[in-house]
Write a protein that binds this ligand. Structure first.
Ligand SMILES: O=C(O)[C@H](O)[C@@H](O)[C@H](O)[C@H](O)COP(=O)(O)O
Length: 230
């Protein structure tokens, strides 16, 4: 069962997540000489990444990467790389090694092999994988009804190119296999709608129906969930 952290507001939850991440990154540096985190995009992580950026750490020993990415230029408003560069990788935190999930290939499928090769150089298991969850129960870019969902759940690769059923832009995503190759899985949700999806996911059932179950219903990696009322 996940450990749940309950907050009234997303801002309070974000501050608490950032503190927890900072503690674990410092421990990672102390015990392994390097610390690592993969972060999600979307709206929820922004305040976490901003707060984390201000933390006093030896950022040169931190590897930062993404849980998923849209196959768009890194300066696009839809780019998760842009989000991370504008929020986390500022000031002293700019010294972190950032490993992008997007390259110059014409599409995500053509670019996947090079992304996979880059991801093979990361210090697995990563210290922290910070997940978000969509209203449809997707996590990373593993969407219910997604064409590549079965492969994303079964593959032994670290990454997968995917086309979301409705959202624009091809994606690059961690596979389920990569997500559980971590010391800690964190999930951030806010609002009654997502809480209801989370409760349904936790109650059990097919991972294909609510892919967030790949994290919630496994027991190999401890999961912590930050739940904000709004
Ligand atoms: O958008 C992305 O980059 C992530 O792929 C996605 O998995 C995200 O974490 C959820 O869709 C939740 O998004 P919000 O935090 O915006 O609700």
């Amino acid at each position: 069962m996940p450990t749940e952290h309950l907050f009234a507001t997303g801002a309070q939850a974000a501050a608490d997540i950032a503190t927890r991440i900072a503690t674990l990154l410092a421990e990672g540096i102390a015990t392994r000489g390097v610390a690592s985190i993969a972060v999600s995009g979307g709206r929820s992580p922004r305040p976490v990444l901003e707060a984390l950026s201000a933390v006093d750490l030896d950022w040169s020993k931190v590897v930062v990467t993404l849980v998923d990415e849209r196959w768009v230029a890194p300066d696009s408003a839809d780019s998760n790389e842009r989000l991370v560069r504008e929020t986390l990788l500022q000031g002293a935190a700019a010294k972190a090694r950032f490993v992008p999930m997007k390259n110059d290939a014409a599409d995500a499928y053509a670019g996947q092999a090079a992304v996979e090769a880059d991801f093979a150089t990361l210090p697995w298991p990563l210290d922290i994988i910070l997940l978000g969850m969509g209203d449809d129960g997707h996590t990373a870019s593993l969407f219910p009804e997604g064409k590549e969902l079965a492969e994303g759940l079964a593959s032994k690769a670290l990454t997968i190119a995917a086309t979301p059923p409705v959202a624009p832009h091809q994606r690059m995503s961690l596979t389920a296999h990569a997500i559980v190759q971590s010391h800690h899985i964190f999930l951030q949700i806010s609002g009654a709608g997502k809480k209801a999806v989370y409760d349904r996911a936790l109650a059990g059932g097919a991972v294909e129906e609510l892919p967030i179950r790949l994290a919630l219903l496994q027991e190999a990696v401890p999961v912590e969930v930050w739940i904000a009322d709004a």
